[in-house]
Design a protein around this ligand. Structure first.
Ligand code: ZN
Length: 442
């Protein structure tokens, strides 16, 4: 889990990337460490992309990147929905605001829209939504007289059959497709002795997956990351908790990986931070707290969960197998108990948040969010508000509002853990009537 970051007890958001941990290095939070891609450039530091343009001519649409140096790009196409994925070594995208807004707006030939970002440490990715079946022809690299490197990716429209064959042929192995996982790390003596509750804060989206996009061009992934950081900082300052973030920068993290991070760390609480958007209803506003359930409270919640669950596809990965199906009766029982804790925390949150912020008309709902499926970690997801609401968007970008809300959320966490001085985490228990099933360790 190269994305997860354990916050040191002091030093607030100075973070230790798991990747660096493996290498025995300590990193301060901030810009991504330079990672050379497979091209092994000697210049050190990621290549910088300063422009990305699309031009259609003679049935071919070219996406051209202007870069500070040459990089190796690799493309493959995927079906359902039709898209192309361009894998790159880590690229520092410094594209202007207009390029950032391209997502879902500009249509040009074979390309409907594209998005880009960090896919995993050391790896960037561009995901191109296609207007229909198209294949990527040979990628060309040229150098301008000024020394800039142009990487041109040509897309040619083809029939469905040809596209399907290309999708099968170009499909990298599941291992290559998934974001790499770091080997499990052993807890240090210090960590093992630390019995303070562990809270995992999950900033939604990231990297190639921007989440919802406001009319002003602001991305959900950025708003929720800022909020998640302040919330973690707030909790950390109390000294009562250990904190772990599922991502410590603008990087894509698969949904199942977020769940895995919490479970593997034996988290006592998982809080996922999101913000919604309904462009068709700009008057809709307010926060909603969600807990997991196979049955959604209403169709609106079901649709939202479905949208959030599409995050993996948005970043160009298959959803893969999600967290293990809760078929096992032990897990089923544990999940039921855990969901009681989740609902308990949601109640605390409601109590603390209602007086300080605008809540939606039905502020606690249930739906089948993938990130809320840990059988043994109480989990809630909070949609802070709507990027499509002018007043919500203003609040979401206000420091003062954020300080007030994270303060109240921290109070809800205190209430949740107070009186739970013993083991706060539900343990897997053997069912009373089913002797045939041996208890398993969590
Ligand atoms: Zn979201």
């Amino acid at each position: 889990m190269p994305h997860s970051t354990r916050l040191p007890r002091t030093g607030l958001l100075r973070t230790v990337a798991a990747l660096a941990l493996a290498a025995g290095t300590l990193l301060a939070a901030g810009p991504a460490p330079a990672q050379d891609g497979p091209t092994g450039s000697q210049t050190g530091g990621a290549a910088v992309a300063i422009a990305a343009e699309t031009v259609s001519r003679d049935g071919t649409t070219r996406l051209t990147l202007t870069l500070s140096r040459a990089i190796e790009a690799r493309a493959f196409v995927m079906e359902r929905p039709d898209r192309a994925v361009i894998d790159l070594p880590e690229v520092n995208f410094q594209l202007d605001q207009e390029t950032g807004k391209m997502s879902g707006r500009k249509r040009d030939g074979a390309i409907a829209s594209f998005r880009y970002g960090l896919f995993a440490p050391g790896r960037s990715r561009i995901v191109v939504d296609l207007t229909g079946p198209a294949v990527v022809e040979a990628i060309e690299t040229t150098t301008t007289r000024e020394g800039a490197v142009l990487v041109s990716i040509p897309f040619r429209k083809v029939d469905r059959d040809t596209f399907r064959k290309a999708a099968v042929a170009g499909d990298p192995s599941p291992a290559a497709k998934a974001a790499p996982k770091a080997p499990p790390k052993a807890a240090s003596m210090n960590e093992a002795a630390d019995t303070r509750p562990l809270i995992v804060i999950d900033a939604g989206h990231g990297g190639t997956d921007p989440g919802a996009i406001a009319a002003t061009g602001v991305f959900e992934k950025d708003i929720v990351f800022g909020f998640a950081q302040s919330f973690a900082e707030r909790l950390e300052q109390s000294g009562r908790y250990r904190l772990l973030m599922t991502r410590d920068r603008d990087v894509f993290v698969p949904l199942a990986e977020r769940v895995r991070i919490a479970r593997e760390a034996k988290a006592d609480l998982f809080v996922s931070i999101h913000a919604d958007s309904i462009s068709a209803a700009p008057q809709v506003k307010g926060a909603t707290i969600y807990t997991g359930s196979e049955k959604a409270t209403d169709s609106e919640s079901a649709r939202l969960a479905e949208r959030e669950n599409r995050a993996d596809a948005a970043a160009g990965t298959e959803s893969g197998e999600g967290p293990a199906d809760v078929a096992d009766i032990l897990q089923e029982l544990t999940l039921r108990e855990t969901r009681g804790f989740s609902a308990g925390f949601a109640g605390r949150l409601m109590g603390q948040l209602s007086p300080v912020m605008e809540m939606s008309t039905k502020p606690h709902r249930e739906a089948g969010f993938k990130v809320l499926r840990s059988p043994d970690v109480p989990s809630v997801l909070i949609e802070l508000g709507y990027l499509s609401s002018k007043s919500d968007l203003e609040k979401l970008q206000s420091e003062e509002w954020r300080a007030r809300v994270t303060g109240s959320m921290a109070k809800a966490v205190d209430l949740f853990f107070s009186g739970r001085s013993t083991l706060s985490r539900p343990a897997l228990v053997a069912p009373k009537r089913s002797a045939a099933i041996a208890p398993v360790s969590p």
